[in-house]
Design a protein around this ligand. Structure first.
Ligand code: KIV
Ligand code: ZN
Length: 515
């Protein structure tokens, strides 16, 4: 593929995706996702905003050290300290990029930055030059470009290209643009900026009007050759352009697009499931490409058509995006080696025997309750193990009684900060009773923001996967738990969230300040 025929995919699930409230991920969770993106052959993985907190720095550093085939990128405001921190975090990468940005719309310059346009240009140039001291691969974004003045955009972009930026990313930060107009903006920029041929033009669209993918595609038709996107469209507010929709639109409509990505699209569904499991953000059933109904044909007429010739109603093949029928991969009699091998095939490696043995024991427990173990079950086991770092609260035992003529009642035993404790409580339902029992011991002062249950696989013996979102002093965390008993899954999820909130810390948000 020639340079202009290739559409570069820049995934920002680990950065913009993680800015969705409650979507914060641990370092290990980010590593799992980064490896899935690498398997998918994503070109650039934006691993985080290193200056946000020591934890964010370590995550970017870990991804930089682990990923060999994709470029690893760190975000930095146009500030020396941000750029130095990003440069430091990316030191170990095979191939690194620094993505620096400053706002250029009148409303942002006046109210957020309180800077004059010429000062903004000077700061952008200085930032790009500083970033070039760490890597030749520097990306610049004029934040809120979608509401910026064209002449000013042309001025600042020409000068940052001169300063050494090799990718110019045009963000529709607030999701305000309409495809025809956003495509025209990209065309105008490429035509009017004299040195535009020295940079790749990229777009980063938010979905506030549901147009992120449409705006991204309109930009590609007008010369953009990089799209920034996220798995499942995760991201700030209504999210970013969804990777799977952008990639499959371009792949499916090669009669319209003159470029294509290098992606292995069969990795899309596994990556989507992984991101959903880790963040606790379920995928709606009718979501394009990765929703459970995306390839299901309910109406008799459709089924008949598809059986005769699949093209009658299918424009893509389910297997091309990674849909496979649930496969029974392991069972009660599977050994440690088979378990390890299957997880390695799913991209999960254990760093030591202790981790492997612990997860294998959890697998054996599960296989006692559930005869058919699917890939999804295995992944839930691993996620649960990742999440149970340094536990302050651990479930020892739970007994629930409930019925038509009986108030739901929970008897609970926990290890709390190293000591075994017992509690009991009544509630509106068994889950409520169990959570009340936990809180009678923990007294955590948290607010429950979200509780959701999903079935990991089909069948009534499937594991229920529960997400609990808790908030305390402005910090928001998601906890996950999986079990064939959904009340136990709920308790695991609640305790996981309590463990996380204990360790969560304030992080700087990249776009809420520039000083
Ligand atoms: O939406 C946005 O403008 C961003 C920038 C940091 C690129 O996420
Ligand atoms: Zn964004």
């Amino acid at each position: 593929m020639g340079a202009s025929d290739k559409l570069i995919i820049f995934d920002t699930t680990l950065r913009d995706g993680e800015q969705s409230p409650g979507a914060s991920m641990t370092k290990d969770e980010k590593l799992h996702i980064a490896k899935a993106l690498e398997r998918m052959r994503v070109d650039i993985i934006e691993a985080g905003f290193p200056i946000a907190s020591p934890g964010d720095f370590e995550s970017v550093q870990a991804v930089a050290g682990a990923i060999k085939d994709s470029t690893v990128c760190g975000l930095a405001r146009a500030l020396d300290r941000d750029i130095d921190r990003a440069g430091e975090a990316l030191k170990g990468a095979n191939s690194s990029r620094i993505h620096t940005f400053i706002a250029t719309s009148p409303i942002h310059m006046q109210h957020k930055l309180r800077m004059q346009p010429d000062e903004v240009i000077a700061q952008a140039i200085a930032a790009v030059k500083r970033a070039r001291q760490y890597t030749d691969d520097v990306e610049f974004s004029p934040e809120d470009a979608g509401r910026s003045e064209l002449d000013f955009l042309c001025r600042i972009i020409e000068q940052v290209i001169q300063a050494g930026a090799r990718t110019i990313n045009i963000p529709d930060t607030v999701g305000y643009n309409i495809p025809l107009q956003f495509g025209e903006l990209i065309k105008q920029l490429i035509e009017r900026i004299p040195n535009s041929d020295q940079a790749v033009f990229s777009v980063h669209c938010h979905n506030d009007l549901g147009l992120a993918v449409a705006n991204s595609l309109a930009s590609v038709l007008n010369g953009a050759r990089q799209v920034e996107c996220t798995i499942n469209g995760l991201g700030e507010r209504a999210g970013n352009a969804s990777l799977e929709e952008v990639v499959m639109s371009v792949r499916t409509r090669q009669d319209v697009f003159t470029c294509d990505t290098d992606l292995d699209t069969t990795q899309i569904v596994p990556a989507s499931r992984m991101v959903s499991t880790i963040t606790g953000f379920p995928v709606q059933p009718n979501k394009a490409i990765v929703g459970a109904n995306a390839f299901a044909h309910e109406s008799g007429i459709h089924q008949d058509g598809v059986l005769k010739a699949r093209e009658t109603y299918e424009i893509m093949r389910a297997e091309d995006v990674g849909w496979t029928a649930n496969r029974i991969v392991l069972g009660k009699h599977s050994g440690r080696n088979a378990f390890k091998t299957r997880l390695a095939e799913l991209g999960v490696e254990f760093s030591n025997d202790e981790d492997l043995n612990r997860t294998f024991m959890a697998f054996k427990d599960l296989a006692d309750k559930k005869h058919e173990i699917f890939d999804e079950d295995l992944f839930a086991l691993v996620s649960e193990d990742d999440a149970n770092f340094d536990e302050q609260f651990k479930l020892v035992a739970l007994t629930i009684s409930s019925g038509t003529n009986q108030a739901p009642h929970a008897e609970l035993t926990l290890i709390m900060k190293g000591h075994q404790q017992q509690a009991s409580a009544e509630g509106g339902g068994p889950v409520d009773a169990a959570f009340r029992a936990i809180e009678s011991l923990a007294d955590s002062q948290v607010k429950l923001q979200l509780y959701s249950v999903n079935s990991i696989t089909s069948g009534t013996d499937a594991q229920g996967e529960v997400t609990v979102r808790l908030e305390k002093d402005g910090n928001i965390v998601n906890g996950h738990g999986a079990d064939t008993d959904i009340v136990i899954a709920s308790v695991k999820a609640y305790l996981n969230a309590l463990n996380k909130i204990h360790f969560s810390h304030k992080r700087e948000h990249p776009q809420l300040s520039q000083v």
